[in-house]
Design a protein around this ligand. Structure first.
Ligand code: ATP
Ligand code: LTN
Length: 337
């Protein structure tokens, strides 16, 4: 089947902090699998990252490093389109149009906005508030059918669907209705230090996350420090034993063993055994990713080539949608120059 007749998958990650196993298990792992059956576009959403203050030189370095990490995880640039969001100006242009179809009340309900406003109390900027509109533009611009994300993005995706429906109803069928694609295991990996909140790649406390580029000794040390509880039993109970449940989830998602099989395997053993074995499972999963990462990063020209190719193909597709949108809402097309 030609690529253009396959259903479209679109997803993205902000180049902030350190790409972590939460991002991998919630999103990237599914991206890799979906390449087989879908026409995939994967974004590094650099414009989204600006909603939190960034150090310019670090942001620039991180953007390229994230592209290399996508490739290292198994995203094949020959098969999928890897795009730096800012290389395609239509993202920001469509976001403006969609912002006129989005109500303040809808944005006010977004839990990510509430969380991030608390975390960055001195920088509650308008971009942080309108962030979900830019995300809707990312998705609708490419007429995506499916959006593989972690559970935390469900609310943003529902908003994107509401905006698409509103536009289609007002101006006639224009946007494909995107469906969330959220994994069964790994949709919500929790912080190793506070298992009641999600693992987050830009958490200041690096002990709370396992970065894809963490070396074996770092992984072992972080697992040793992982917060559990004062009981002894290794059992999957996210309500009462969130720390232990999180380690079982990580183990299961990476080793492929079912949770009941792991409970049986660890019956009667100490928490230290669960921590040590989970550390080794993580190390083995990260080893090939880190080896490929080093190889990809060794040649910046190849990385830049991937982005140039991605931008060209994405630009053509994005321009098609945006022209249609401008026409439908009544803007006068520019005369040929
Ligand atoms: P930040 O801390 O920088 O805001 P983040 O770790 O929350 O970042 P995002 O860039 O917001 O990561 O999300 C990238 C993708 O990873 C999204 O699909 C999101 O749902 C997924 N994701 C993020 N954290 C987790 C997690 N703890 N468990 C599962 N999936 C996650
Ligand atoms: N908002 C997402 C990142 C993101 C995204 C997207 C995900 C931006 N644009 C488009 C899927 C599709 C986040 O904060 N995790």
């Amino acid at each position: 089947m030609s690529k253009s007749s396959l259903p479209v998958v679109l997803s993205g990650i902000q180049p902030s902090g350190h790409l972590c196993i939460g991002n991998y298990l919630g999103a990237i792992k599914n991206w890799v699998a979906m390449q087989e059956t879908h026409d995939c576009i994967f974004l590094v959403v650099d414009l989204h990252a600006l909603t939190v203050q960034q150090v310019p030189a670090e942001l620039r370095r991180r953007c390229l490093s994230f592209v290399a990490q996508y490739v290292a995880c198994g995203i094949d640039p020959e098969r999928s389109t890897i795009v730096m969001q800012s290389h395609v100006p239509q993202h920001a242009e469509l976001a403006w149009v969609l912002s006129t179809l989005t109500y303040m009340g809808e944005l006010n309900r977004m839990t990510q906005f509430k969380d991030k406003s608390q975390r960055h109390a001195s920088n509650i900027n308008a971009g942080l508030f309108t962030y979900p509109i830019l995300m809707a533009a990312d998705i609708l611009l490419y007429q995506a059918n499916a959006v593989p994300v972690g559970a935390d993005q469900k609310q943003h995706l529902e908003l994107a669907r509401d905006i698409a429906g509103r536009f289609n109803q007002r101006y006639s069928e224009t946007f494909t209705m995107p469906e969330p694609f959220i994994p069964g295991t790994g949709a919500r990996i929790m912080s190793l230090q506070d298992p009641s909140s999600k693992m987050s790649k830009s958490d200041e406390n690096l002990n709370s996350l396992i970065a894809l580029l963490d070396k074996p000794d770092v992984v072992r040390a972080k697992l040793r420090r992982a917060v559990t509880d004062s009981e002894k039993e290794i059992r999957f109970d996210p309500e009462k034993k969130p720390g232990v449940a999180n380690l079982l989830t990580i183990h299961s998602a990476l080793s492929g063993e079912s949770i009941p099989a792991l409970e049986a395997h660890f019956a009667g053993r100490l928490y230290s055994a669960l921590k040590e074995e989970t550390a080794e499972v993580i190390i083995e999963a990260l080893r090939p990713i880190q080896t490929r990462y080093d190889a990809v990063m060794a040649d910046k020209k190849v990385l830049e080539g991937i982005l140039a190719q991605g931008a060209e193909s994405a630009y053509r597709r994005a321009r098609r949608t945006l022209s249609k949108v401008y026409r439908k809402i009544g803007l006068v097309p520019p005369a040929a120059r």
